[in-house]
Design a protein around this ligand. Structure first.
Ligand SMILES: [Zn+2]
Length: 243
């Protein structure tokens, strides 16, 4: 497989990662949710990569701020949610649920995951077992409900939970340790969760990245994927907001 995924740690207060998907045979890349253009340009120059596409999961500034500066002197296709076009008008290829497109010979499938924002979408690439989940599914957590309802988010997460278990989850923020601490208050006796907490705590002591996760691990340790009703989900989401 001639594809490789890189992470840029933005080191901002929100702990964003910018993911880059490289076709190593052509040195072309996709940039996912570019928080900051200069970090991306610098990385691409160093690695001699050429940006071919930008993928946006939702309109929030920490996911889209860098787009316009990256577009300035290059021919880049910008993919993003059709439903949020009024807020991200620089999107050239609007997408909705069940759409698909290609990055070189990789088929990319779109799943609409309303909840965090109403138009939020995620990018699933079966051939490389990868999901760019934006602010919908986090390691042991999920995004806040800024625009959507608990019911919408519950269904969005269920769609992601049904993906092949080996699917790697590339979410946007390094919130894993705080999410694990909260998850343990929900399921203190979950052994898989206890083990993962220890592992994550060690990684974060030296500021190492805890991502990507994968669906199998999330099914075992993410309390938001382990709820059995909208009501239960809404209750846990409410507790997390106060945590
Ligand atoms: Zn967001």
């Amino acid at each position: 497989m001639h594809y490789k995924i890189h992470a840029i740690d933005v080191k901002n207060a929100l702990k964003n990662y910018i993911w880059l998907l490289e076709d190593t045979s052509t040195k072309e890349v996709v940039v996912v949710d570019p928080t900051e253009a200069s970090l991306v340009s610098h990385f691409c120059e160093q690695q001699q990569l050429q940006i071919k596409q930008i993928w946006l999961t939702h309109w929030h500034r920490d996911h889209t701020e860098g787009v316009q500066a990256l577009l300035a002197d290059q021919n880049i296709a910008v993919y993003g949610p059709r439903e949020e076009l009024s807020k991200i008008s620089f999107v050239s290829n609007p997408l909705q649920n069940d759409d698909h497109f290609y990055f070189n010979n990789l088929k990319v499938e779109i799943i609409a995951t309303p909840g965090h924002t109403l138009g939020h979408i995620v990018y699933f690439i079966e051939e490389i077992d990868s999901l760019f989940s934006g602010d919908t599914l986090f390691a042991m957590g999920c995004g806040r409900l800024f625009e959507g309802t608990a019911e919408q988010m519950y269904h969005s997460l269920n769609r992601l939970a049904a993906l092949p278990i080996q699917t790697k989850v590339y979410c946007t923020h390094e919130y894993t340790l705080a999410n694990a601490e909260f998850a343990l208050t929900v399921e203190p006796h979950n052994v898989a969760l206890q083990d993962r907490y220890k592992e994550v705590k060690m990684l974060r002591e030296t500021e190492k990245m805890t991502l990507p996760s994968n669906i199998e691990l999330e099914l075992a340790t993410n309390p938001f994927l382990r709820t059995e009703s909208v009501e239960e989900f809404a209750h846990i989401r409410g507790l997390k907001d106060q945590f």
